[in-house]
Design a protein around this ligand. Structure first.
Ligand code: HEC
Length: 441
C-alpha cells in the first residue's frame, strides 16, 4: 500500500503476470524435464553406441538451449518485472522473507546456465564420458533451481509454521513442498517428452524416428500413473477451506470464484486426459504416423493443460497472495483492524501523494485502486461497472460493511479481502463506485 499502483486497462495487472507466468512455466518446466531427457537419451546413445541417436540428441540439444536459455530466462526476468509492478507489497515481502533462498536460487540458476553452455559447446570436443557427465550435472543444477523455487511457490498457499516463526526454512519446507515437487517433476518429464516429440518428428531416417518417437511418448507415462496419487497427496495438504470453495461454491454468488475454479479444474482434467490418451494411441502405438503437425498440436494441449492447472492453483489462494498472511491487494491480515480504525488513506503514502485534490470521489477512487484493483478493473476483466450494476451509494455502503473481518456470515470471505478502512472511507468508496456507471458511459 506504500507503492505506486500500476493500472492496466481491460485485462488488469494480474493477467499480465498470469500470461507471462504461464509461458514461463511451460518453458522452465522444459528446462528441468528436458535436462533429464537429454541425459537419459545421451546415456542410451552411449550404451548402444549409436551415432545416429547421438546426432538426434545433439540437434535436440540446440533446440533445447535456444528455448530454455533465451526464451525461458527472459520470461523469468519478465515475471520479476510484472510481479513487482502489479504486486509490490507481495514481492517485497517475498524478497525480505526469503533473501537466502533467492540467493541460492540465483546460484543454481547461474550454475545451470554455465553447465548448459558447457554441455552444448563441448559436443564432439570432449570425451563421450565427460560429455554425459555434463548432461547429468546440468540436470542436477536444474533440479536444484526447482527445489528452491518450489519452496517459495508452495509457501504462498501453505506458509506453514512460518506464520509463527518467521524462519525462512519453515516457509520453504511447508506441507505442500514435497507433493508439489513430485507433481512438478512428473509434469516436467511429460513436457520434456512433448517438446522432444517436436524435434523427433523431424528425423529423416524412419527407423530411428519410430524409435525416438516411441521413446519420447514414454516420458508421459510417469504422470499418467503417479500424477493422480501425487495430486491427492497435494490436495490433502492444502487448506481445506479452499477446497470447499471448489466443491461447494459460494451460494450467494453463483457466478463467483466457484465456477471459475471449477472451470479451471475441468479444463486441466480434460486437456491432461486428452494428452494421455493421444500419447498412448498416437506416438506410443503408432509412432510411424505421428507427424510434426500433430506434435505441435500436442504441445498446444500441453500448454493449455499447464495454464489451467497453474491458474487453478493461483485461484485456490485467493483472496490472499500469501495465505492467511497477506491479501491480494498487499494488505496484511494483521493490519486490517488498525486500518479500519485509523483509516487507510492516512497511512497509504503513495495514494496520498498522488491525490492532491482529495475530494470524496478522488479518495474513493484511490481506495478502489489500492484495495480492489488487485482483482477488478473498471470496465474490463471482472468489471466493476458490471458487478456494481444498479446498486446505489447506500447499498454499496452496506455491501462494504458486510465485508467485515468479524462478519462470519460474509459470503465473500473466501474470495474477497475485507474492506480495510473507516466508515467514512467506505462512504467515499461507495460514492466513487456509485458514480462509475454514470460518468464514463
Ligand atoms: C482477491 C480478489 C478480490 C479483491 C481484492 C476484491 N474483489 Fe470483488 N470480487 C472478487 C471476485 C472473484 C468476485 C466474483 C466475480 C464474479 O462474480 O465475476 C467479486 C465480486 C464483487 C462484486 C459483485 C458481488 C455480487 O455478488 O454482486 C462486487 C460489488 C465487488 N466484488 C466489489 C469489490 C470491491 C468494492 C472491492 C475493494 C474494496 C473488491 N471487490 C475487492 C474478487 C475480489
Amino acid at each position: 500500500m506504500n507503492y505506486p499502483i500500476w493500472i492496466v486497462p481491460q485485462i488488469g495487472g494480474p493477467w499480465v503476470i498470469g500470461i507471462i507466468a504461464i509461458i514461463h512455466i511451460f518453458l522452465s518446466h522444459f528446462a528441468v524435464g528436458g535436462g533429464a531427457f537429454l541425459a537419459v537419451a545421451e546415456w542410451l546413445a552411449y550404451k548402444r553406441n549409436d551415432s545416429r541417436l547421438y546426432d538426434y540428441v545433439k540437434s535436440h540439444s540446440r533446440f533445447f538451449i535456444l528455448v530454455t536459455t533465451v526464451a525461458g530466462a527472459s520470461t523469468g526476468v519478465a515475471i520479476w518485472f510484472s510481479i513487482s509492478l502489479v504486486s509490490p507489497d507481495g514481492t517485497a515481502s517475498l524478497i525480505q522473507s526469503f533473501t537466502l533462498a533467492w540467493a541460492l536460487e540465483y546460484l543454481f540458476f547461474v550454475g545451470e546456465l554455465a553447465t548448459a553452455f558447457a554441455y552444448y559447446y563441448s559436443w564432439d570436443k570432449i570425451s563421450k564420458e565427460n560429455h554425459l557427465l555434463l548432461a547429468k550435472w546440468y540436470f542436477a543444477m536444474s533440479v536444484m533451481t526447482l527445489a528452491v523455487i518450489n519452496g517459495i511457490l508452495t509457501f504462498m498457499l501453505t506458509p506453514g509454521r512460518w506464520v509463527e516463526t518467521r524462519y525462512w526454512l519453515d516457509g520453504v519446507l511447508n506441507e505442500t513442498y514435497l507433493p508439489s515437487l513430485v507433481i512438478r517433476l512428473l509434469i516436467m518429464f511429460a513436457i520434456a517428452g512433448m517438446y522432444a516429440l517436436v524435434t523427433a518428428t523431424r528425423i529423416k531416417d524412419e527407423e530411428l524416428r519410430v524409435y525416438v518417437v516411441k521413446f519420447c511418448a514414454k516420458w508421459l507415462l510417469p504422470v499418467f500413473f503417479l500424477g493422480p496419487i501425487a495430486s491427492f497427496w497435494y490436495l490433502s495438504q492444502v487448506p481445506q477451506v479452499t477446497l470447499e470453495t471448489i466443491f461447494t461454491g459460494i451460494q450467494s454468488s453463483g457466478v463467483g470464484n466457484f465456477s471459475v475454479l471449477a472451470r479451471a479444474l475441468y479444463l486441466s482434467l480434460v486437456f491432461s486426459g486428452t494428452i494421455i490418451v493421444f500419447a498412448y494411441f498416437g506416438p506410443y502405438l503408432n509412432p510411424k504416423g505421428f507427424t510434426f503437425k500433430i506434435a505441435l498440436l500436442f504441445m498446444l494441449c500441453g500448454f493449455i493443460a499447464t495454464g489451467s492447472t497453474e491458474w487453478m492453483r493461483e485461484m485456490l489462494r485467493k483472496p490472499y497472495v500469501v495465505y492467511n498472511y497477506m491479501y491480494s491487494n498487499g494488505i496484511r491480515k494483521s493490519q486490517v483492524e488498525e486500518l479500519r480504525e485509523k483509516g487507510f488513506l492516512t497511512q497509504a503514502k503513495w495514494a496520498n501523494a498522488t491525490n492532491p485534490v482529495k475530494t470524496d470521489t478522488t479518495c474513493g477512487e484511490k481506495l478502489f485502486q489500492y484495495q480492489c484493483m488487485a482483482c477488478h478493473t473498471v470496465d474490463g476483466y471482472r468489471s466493476m461497472k458490471r458487478l456494481i450494476g444498479e446498486r446505489d451509494e447506500d447499498s454499496i455502503v452496506s455491501f462494504l460493511k458486510m465485508m467485515d473481518p468479524k462478519n462470519k456470515e460474509n459470503p465473500y470471505k473466501g474470495i474477497m479481502p475485507p474492506f480495510a478502512g473507516t466508515e467514512n472511507e467506505a462512504k467515499m468508496l461507495a460514492k466513487y463506485l456509485a458514480g462509475i456507471n454514470k460518468t464514463n458511459n
